[in-house]
Write a protein that binds this ligand. Sequence first.
Ligand code: GLN
Length: 487
Amino acid sequence: MDLYSLTITQAHELLRQRKISSLELTQAVLERIREVDGQIGAYLTVTEGVALEQARQADERLRRGERVTPLTGIPFGVKDSIVTEGIRTTCGSRILEHYVPPYQATAVRRLLEAGAVLLGKHNLDEFSMGSSTENSAFFPTRNPWDLKRVPGGSSGGSAAAVAAGECFFALGGDTGGSIRLPAAFCNVVGLKPTYGRVSRYGLIALASSFDTIGPLTRTVEDAALVLQVIAGQDAHDATSLAQPVPDYAAQLQRPVKGLRLGLPREYFVPGMEAGVEAALQEAIRQFERLGMEIREVSLPHTPYALAVYYLILFAEASANLARFDGVRFGSAAQQAQTIPELYLETRGKGFGAEVKRRIMLGAYTLSAGYYDAYYLKAQRVRTLLRQDFERAFEVCDVLLTPVSPGVAFRLGEKTADPLAMYLSDVYLVATNPAGVPALALPCGFSEGLPVGMQLIARHGEEALLFQVGHAYQQVTEWHKMRPALGR
Ligand code: GLN
């Protein structure tokens, strides 16, 4: 097997036994990036010098027999909405094209302290707004399984990079599916943790009450290893959770027999592609064979989830993006004579169409006269969505749903119709307003393209998601399939 397609667990074992060095591992991945990224477009910035230096340091630690972690010497990439000290962070936008952050995101800092090796920054939809990575101001990312198709979004660069062997794992951001949708479209694992489980410090805010940072990996086990390092309270993020971080790896092997798997009736409705439906049904049978009990459950407010999500998101995004005014943040327009001109020029030129659409809709829903009708009402229904999950978890332990009604779509297929694009997130957006954790993992193929399933658990129960996902990956091979790229 090629070095660049190992899992973190496999690479760690080889590093520990000194069969390979981190430098070899890093060079293999940098070579792979040179070989395939011209076709994929997963990276906005490759930090080759930084990576090689960090790899040498990791080798030094390993050589001296110092304390190492499962991530020591393992190369990774970061979605470009997460700031990296001294390394350009664009958020996929012209307005931040030349922004070099003076500080490090907490999740990145923790990974570097654990000895992981930073390869660079991954492409995304501008300000994480989108489901296909076509909204990047720079170039679209392509799906490694079919270059005519999208990788999903908004963490499309991260998922494509993990799938194509251009990094061993990635940090993505999930506000309404942005880790899980691309994970499913690219046949990798993606976790949206419980709101607050991972510090948001250094994540460029989209909707602050939904935003999360999480891992994209090749296996569930690897996702557990990454979460172990990035989870935990942080003085820089008042919404980060104080609860201790459990030992995720220690709980992976627990048997799933007797656990109750809930199937929400509202998520298994007509409209799903036949191949997706078939893959999901097979996954359910697999869980039955593992001894899980299948329960039908109801999340009755599901039909309102998309509206609630987008109304609140537009409102929070329009407020969050006010800071990009050419004074506090963002490249200032040079010709402006007055303050209003400065704002208009900077924002008019710096933001793309989808970002402007959302700022305008958000300003509208927050304006006097509409606030009660839209924003306040959406917040009330948000409580109902959260209660739906609480009730469902009275009769089951884990929920299983599709990730998306279809497989990866073609580039350009949905760009003209924002509503069609928003609909790809229909199974994903309820979890963010509710705050519960959700794991996307591969469960089959439909006409040669990957299909993903989603597992959802109660607040703080990532360990249970890993346990169930890992049990599935012990008896299936879907996650081992790699795209036939550059061969
Ligand atoms: N598709 C969702 C949106 O456009 C995803 C957002 C996200 O999770 N960053 O809002």
